[in-house]
Design a protein around this ligand. Structure first.
Ligand SMILES: [Fe+2]
Ligand SMILES: [Fe+2]
Length: 500
């Protein structure tokens, strides 16, 4: 892979980290800063008035770097960063890395963290928005992606093409972390170098209390995403792969903005991980005179693909009530819901989750309609949005339910699709919250007895570039492959979204 000079600068310090921890295969380098990665998160104005917060990931044991800044006026300034520390009960899983944060002021033209340049501007007018999600390389006991072949795990290429498009901002729709198991002995050619979880799952269990490690995050995110991190500030969504028992510890330390860095640590070493949700928030992006995109962010990390979980509904439903309040109908505001799990997503029919009649209520197993827990929690609370952006299904997809904002899915960022056969994503002949037999999945949640008016699915890795059109509520969307070549042109107008 050809790297830009910026991304090469970002990656070089990683070699030092590996060298420090006595991994013999990687030569030591002498970077100026010793920083593993740096990037700029988009945050709500309640966190930083500028909407920007710089983050740095550093080796454990050194101090946080200072942020160096230049204002548009030419004035120069420096600021300290504060450290984000994982919970002590994560033990050796996060022994090597720490993260640092500092809010950036408004009016900057340039910022750097150590030797790494970070995006410094929240534009006064956003003309180009890159969107992608579902990016890590899948390593589980059941399924192994070829992490060692760029064509089979194309995240770095995709991130480089996102950077080449020079977006004003990047919307990441969730699911960074996929290295949840040790590489199976018969798959070393695919994932032999993949960092394994520090604590393996107990016998018969799918997940350990902590599935992620610092090195897993370096491999899955910090190295391959570096070109995108250098290109633009990033608005990040927490996926189900960032639930506390999966990639949650790395997420909390490096990417979460509302919860503390140790929010996913087990209450005691070896104990089960907490189940939590961050508060809903929104960020307004000026598009043109009198026009603002309002991105409303809901944490939908947990919940069931196939059923209604009462305990999760109690956490999730208030998040959508808050999102509905933020979805202003005020003139000039275009509200989009951004959440990892789709309200209306059509997944591979041959998914892993099997029916469980002994559950209360009975779990019908994984159906074509996915993330049923989200559909239930947001029922009746989605009508104010123009669009709903998600990922979770590892394809590019549009599902238009009558009377609803279009559901647009950007799950094709690099993680392997559950199926590459288009027939497996067939449009269900029954509405959401129904079983295939047309019965309510849960009697407390009235099914939507309508079929989609439009469905478009493309199984192809890549990303999307949104550009506002002249009319209010109108956008043109270029769906691009990992080389940046357009494979579909889409149009959004109000609540409608079509592709060809
Ligand atoms: Fe995913
Ligand atoms: Fe997901």
């Amino acid at each position: 892979m050809k790297l830009t000079s910026k991304s090469a600068t970002l990656i070089a310090p990683v070699a030092l980290i590996f060298a420090l921890t006595a991994t013999p295969a990687v030569a030591a380098s002498s970077p100026k800063s010793g920083i593993v990665a740096a990037y700029t998160l988009v945050v709500p104005s309640s966190t930083a008035k500028s909407h920007l917060q710089a983050r740095a990931v550093i080796p454990n044991g050194i101090s946080c770097p200072r942020v160096k800044m230049t204002y548009s006026s030419g004035k120069k300034s420096e600021a300290a960063m504060t450290m984000r520390v994982p919970g002590a009960t994560t033990g050796p899983a996060f022994a090597a890395l720490r993260a640092c944060q500092a809010n950036l002021p408004s009016g900057l033209s340039y910022a750097s963290v150590g030797a790494i340049d970070v995006p410094a501007k929240f534009q006064s007018k956003f003309d180009k928005i890159a969107v992608f999600g579902d990016t890590g390389c899948r390593v589980t006991a059941k399924q192994v992606q070829d992490c060692n072949t760029p064509a089979a795990w194309p995240l770095a290429r995709n991130a480089q093409s996102v950077a080449a498009a020079k977006p004003d901002v990047i919307f990441f729709t969730g699911d960074f972390f996929y290295r949840e198991a040790a590489c199976p002995a018969d798959k070393l050619a695919f994932c032999g170098a993949s960092p394994a979880p520090a604590i393996p799952p107990a016998a018969g269990q799918k997940f350990a209390p902590i599935s992620d490690t610092d090195y897993g995050w370096v491999a899955d995110t910090l190295i391959p995403m570096a070109p995108a991190f250098a290109a633009a500030p990033i608005l990040v969504t927490r996926g189900n792969h960032e639930s506390c028992f999966r990639g949650g510890n790395g997420w909390m330390m490096m990417f979460e903005i509302k919860l503390k860095a140790d929010s996913c640590a087990p209450t005691a070493a070896g104990a089960s991980a907490p189940n939590n949700i961050a508060p809903t928030y929104s960020v307004d992006f000026p598009i043109a005179s009198g026009r603002k995109l309002r991105a409303i962010m809901v944490d939908s990390n947990a919940g069931s693909n196939s059923g209604i979980t009462p305990a999760w509904q109690a956490l999730q439903k208030p998040a959508y009530e808050q999102a509905n309040k933020l979805a202003s109908t005020q003139k000039g505001i275009e509200p989009w819901l951004i959440t990892h799990r789709p309200m209306f997503g059509i997944d591979d029919v041959n998914q892993f989750d099997k029916p469980d009649p002994s559950a209360t209520p009975p779990d019908p197993g994984e159906l074509n309609w996915t993330s049923i827990d989200q559909t239930g929690a947001a029922l009746g609370l989605t009508s104010r949005f123009n669009l709903m952006l998600a990922s979770h299904v590892h394809v590019a997809q549009v599902v238009q339910m009558p009377g609803q904002p279009a559901q647009v899915i950007f799950g094709n960022g690099g993680s392997v699709p559950d199926s590459t056969n288009p027939a497996d994503y067939a449009t269900p002949a029954y509405g959401p919250l129904n079983t295939p037999a047309g019965q309510p999945i849960d009697p407390a949640y009235p099914p939507i007895n309508q079929l989609p008016s439009y469905v478009w699915t493309k199984i192809k890795y890549g990303h999307a570039i949104f550009t506002p059109s002249a009319k209010v509520g109108q956008w043109s969307i270029s769906q691009r492959d990992t080389a940046g070549k357009q494979f579909a042109a889409c149009t959004a107008l109000g609540k409608k979204f079509t592709c060809k």
